[in-house]
Design a protein around this ligand. Structure first.
Ligand code: AR6
Length: 174
């Protein structure tokens, strides 16, 4: 498995699946969620509504999958990150669960290349450095990671891009 760090808009990435930082309603919102629904078109929302009707949305830490409409990827994996407040240890575990469950869904759907945004690091205020550490650790420790060919961490700002690069450099040197 290869790890790549990009400073980019995730809606423009050509991979099997991009991950969306959604909310429990699955009905869209702001941030990366808004961008994905806007560019992907109505197909994504329609499939999200079908999932809602079946299982009542998506819980924090869990993930669901839809096709990707007009986006260059084949699928969108929607996961719901935790809001950074209250019990911080619990929130860290829930963020790890987002990455873990997204990867599980990827393997189940034969997805070989996947791009993650910084789940919870926008409107949900999870500290960017802690979130990046959890993201990288969870990916590297995923038991079926050999079934994935490439994981891209998509950073939207310079600060996140530097955090991911610094962390990966540290790991390389170990
Ligand atoms: N491509 C890549 N990354 C992006 C993009 C983009 N187009 N747009 C934003 N980011 P956020 P959250 C980054 O707020 O914190 C929504 O309303 C952004 O800089 O999108 O998990 C949902 O419906 C940040 O680093 O998601 C939920 O209600 C990261 O993506 C709520 O926001 C996540 O920021 C979820 O909040």
């Amino acid at each position: 498995m290869k790890i790549e760090i990009l400073k980019a808009d995730i809606t423009e990435i050509h991979v099997d699946a991009i991950v969306n930082a959604a909310n429990t309603s699955l009905l869209g919102g702001g941030g990366v969620d808004g961008a994905i629904h806007r560019k992907g078109g109505k197909v994504i929302l329609d499939e999200c509504i079908q999932i809602r009707n079946k299982q009542g949305g998506c819980k924090v830490g869990e993930a669901v999958i839809t096709t990707a409409g007009n986006l260059p990827s084949k699928y969108v994996i929607h996961t719901v990150g935790p809001v950074w407040n209250g019990d911080k240890e619990e929130k860290k575990n829930l963020l790890a669960a987002c990455y873990q469950n997204s990867l599980e869904l990827a393997v189940e759907n034969n997805i070989k290349t996947i791009a993650f945004p910084g789940i919870s690091t926008g409107i949900y205020h999870f500290p960017k450095d802690k979130a990046a550490e959890i993201a990288i650790k969870t990916v590297l420790n995923f038991d079926k990671i050999s079934e994935i060919e490439k994981v891209i961490f998509v950073c939207f700002d310079d600060e996140s891009y530097k955090i991911y690069n610094d962390l990966l450099e540290k790991i390389d040197k170990k």
